[in-house]
Write a protein that binds this ligand. Structure first.
Ligand code: SAM
Length: 202
């Protein structure tokens, strides 16, 4: 089964498989977000992060390739009375990322990309972030293979400090933190997990 069918199948469930609350790392960065502006939520799935970012005052583009995921994201936005969010159905590896389009780009758990796909996704994300814009990334590290509580099985899909440094090292006030924690973000991200967070301004 391909990645698209896998996600369509997972999102056919009634429940929000990653929950309706935003990713914990993302919500902890609330104080860094501009009060207004534009934001890209990459591979936003059922919309827990995109809807929360819109609630912070940002005009959000929620990008994902799963119709089933986006239907749930649209329902979540409606339930929360959020209208400043646009849903774009597209493949993040091939999407035309608008140059200097966003004040904030958030990439939370998108490790379906192989190294070549990741290079094109990250090039697009860098291009679409305005100079001075905020980048927020959370992903699993190779240690996550020991936990198996979510994320990919392929070692080269996982994020390391060196990988992120090579791609985003020129960002200003760059902060990276890798650690292990108890994750409770819906049924698919549950249990001890090994993650790395990145915060930086282009
Ligand atoms: C682990 S989920 C994370 C969803 C969301 N970021 C969150 O934290 O709740 C990965 C998401 O990537 C999407 N996805 C996978 N491959 C994709 C692709 N090539 N283009 C766009 N979306 C993709 C899936 O539909 C799914 O919503």
């Amino acid at each position: 089964m391909g990645e698209y069918d896998r996600w369509q199948g997972r999102y056919a469930a009634q429940e929000y498989i990653f929950g309706e609350e935003p990713n914990v790392f993302l919500s902890q960065q609330k104080h860094l977000l501009p009060k207004s502006g534009t934001c890209l939520a990459v591979a936003d799935g059922e919309g827990r992060n995109g809807v929360w970012l819109a609630e912070q005052g940002l005009d959000v583009v929620s990008l994902d390739f799963s119709e089933n995921g986006q239907d749930k994201a649209k329902a979540l936005a409606k339930k929360r009375g959020v209208t400043n969010i646009e849903f774009v159905l597209a493949d993040v590896h091939n999407w035309t990322y608008p140059a200097d389009g966003f004040d904030v780009v958030a990439e939370i758990f998108t490790q379906f990309s192989d190294p070549a796909q990741r290079a094109s996704k990250w090039a697009g994300m860098r291009r679409s972030l305005k100079t001075g814009g905020l980048l927020l990334i959370e992903g699993y590290t190779p240690k996550q293979l020991d936990y198996g509580t979510g994320g990919p099985k392929e070692l080269d899909h996982l994020y390391t400090r060196e990988l992120l440094q090579a791609e985003f090292g020129y960002f200003s006030r760059l902060e990276m933190k890798d650690y292990e924690c108890m994750m409770a973000e819906g049924s698919r991200h549950a249990g001890m997990a090994a993650v790395i967070d990145l915060i930086g301004w282009k």
